[in-house]
Design a protein around this ligand. Sequence first.
Ligand code: ADP
Ligand code: MG
Length: 757
Amino acid sequence: MEKITLNTPLRSALGTRSAAKLAEKLELTTVGDLLRYYPRKYDQRGRLTDLAALIVGDRATVWARVVKVTERELGGAGSGRRGQGRGRAVKHITNVVIGDSHRQLTCTFFNQYHWSKTLKPGTDAMFSGKVSMFNNTLQMSSPSVAIVSDGRTGNGESAAAIDVIESFPGGVIPVYPLVEGVTQTQVQHCVRAALDLLTEIGDPVPDVLLAEHKLVDLQTALRDIHRPRNETHLEAAKERLRYDEALSVQLVLARRRADARNFPAEPCPRIPGGLLDAFDANLPFALTAGQQSVGEVIATDLATIHPMNRLLQGEVGSGKTVVALRAMLQVIDSGRQAVLLAPTEVLASQHARSLRDVLGPMGRGGELDAPTEATAITLLTGSLPARARKQALLTIASGQAGIVVGTHALLSEGVFFANLGLIVVDEQHRFGVEQRHALRTRHPDGNPPHVLVMTATPIPRTVAMTVFGDLDTSTLSELPRGRSPISTTVVPAADRPGWVERAWQRIREEVAKGHQAYVVCPKIGDDDRSEMFEDGSTFDGDADSDDAAGAAKRPPLTVNQVAAMLHDGPLVDLRLGILHGRLPPGEKDEVMTAFAAGELDVLVATTVIEVGVDVPNATMMVIMDAERFGMSQLHQLRGRVGRGSAPGVCLLISEAPEGSVGRARLDAVAATNDGFALAEADLELRKEGNVLGTTQAGRATALRQLSLLRDRGVIESARADSIGLVGDDPELTAWPGLAEMVSLVVASENQEYLDKG
Ligand code: ADP
Ligand code: MG
């Protein structure tokens, strides 16, 4: 007989009918796909399902005892109901009540006469179907049934089902995630058949590593994840599979790093007497120790013959921009170009503006009064008018623009650089491994550029090791001197309306002192589209909506609404501006410029100001409906104030009641300025899915067992192992199984996972 391996098509292993169904419904095409379609949970045989826990509308498998069976013949031909959309007249209905004296569910079968013979009161069986509610009782319409209790025989179908269930060792029954049109029994059957047919398969992971980590072999793990004899075997199986998942991802990352190190790059050593020296000489402040040492590391990276791939982490306000700018100038001094990518247009134009300010005449290359060594700064955003865009593209292609500032979109737009030496990506969390890989490899016009990625979003270590695992990391941990700490206070709007009044009063006081303030709202205007995430990302996921629901039945406050209220009321004599993602680009820019110039006192805005906006004179921020934001996001937002020498104040206004989860999160934000602590807490509160990317039921995803939260140890060992393996053998030629695992990750939607920043 043909050898059955993980790569064997299900067609050859199980036959065309089963294979077609698995392919169509669950996107499973090989034996490996099926065996990696892990159970969602396990039922212990004899332990009946808690019917109270069922959710109406869900597909569920219920393990229950039959209480009562009734049959009903419907009247003569023509009067029968049409059942189940099958177009057949319903002549006969069987109602099978299952459950116990507390909670019951009625299964209804149409024209299936045999059930009254096979399902008797006292029979235990598994029922799979969609749960509905009718006349205040739980219902399942035509569920699939597998009889379990001993000593009863059914018709052919349930006899087969009995066979499957009886055969589960230790009575641990796997329960698979299902979609319409596939039953538990079918999946259980197919998995069992596949496991039985599977020939001895080689283990992709080297024995030494298995021994070192005390892991079971792959074949045992696959068997035990589906058909465990007991808890211990199941745990061992999970441990092995988690390790494999972590190892595949880490191998991909290790190879990415190794690849990147092998690319040639144009060395850009520091050249004395250039723009960088001139810039340093004019710097109005001394670099912090961190800026200095990170600067030296980067300067060395840039001078080597391989591209730099570095992540620069640093709290909001730690002065990352200066570090990046100095790197850009070093590259320009070597006759190459640098590009700075920002996540939003607002931020891109702010960057361009501040770079022009800081560089002064040195940044006015091409203009009459500029010194000869000066370079030009070109802003390229999607909203540039056609002619200006053409002009910008020209300066970039000619090499006249030393510094190009734009949004991330710029990368995908086929912009041609004369001589690109460095890409700086600001506020990296919406920019993934694959995009970075594309940056490094897409270089038709020469060697790949150096890459510096910056983020102010503190990244928990496990996330850093996976989502950013392809980068070397530096951290700026201190804030420049003279930075004042931000004090954050929760204002319970429901219990103490007076405090809200006081918040507006407080803004007036700040303005009277010559300062400025932000008021942040969750939404823009009257329509329904959520504006929490203006760029369409899901940076801070459901953690919000879950407990926001209890707090605020009314819709979230909008920029337009709040601005109007302030304008007509408490802030009537102040100069108010509005900023959000849907303003025309020109207007966004005007508002930002006016606010930066002090021509506006208060900016009412969405989270569009979340990243990077830098107006040192702004000392106060009021966040409306604060419980609707994630903790990390609140931390980012408040980082917009206290950037000058005056202390910053942040007020979190919320109707979340005392004792609610929402309120507890706000209290946590108020209690600490430690972004890392908040990021960890955020990760814990967030559903895992939001970190890993969404996993749809029924979709084959290779990362199913691994948790970034719980599996730090596994990820750390896998990382160390992968470095060793790739170091000895970059192409993994000695380990074809591992090479295959890697190509699976690369090919599969794990990209999505890797891309999730
Ligand atoms: P972030 O890390 O949040 O991007 P920025 O680079 O925008 O921080 O810096 C925040 C502010 O601090 C800017 O106004 C910048 O000019 C200022 N700054 C940066 N480095 C120093 C320093 N060493 N001493 C004083 N101010 C600094
Ligand atoms: Mg910044």
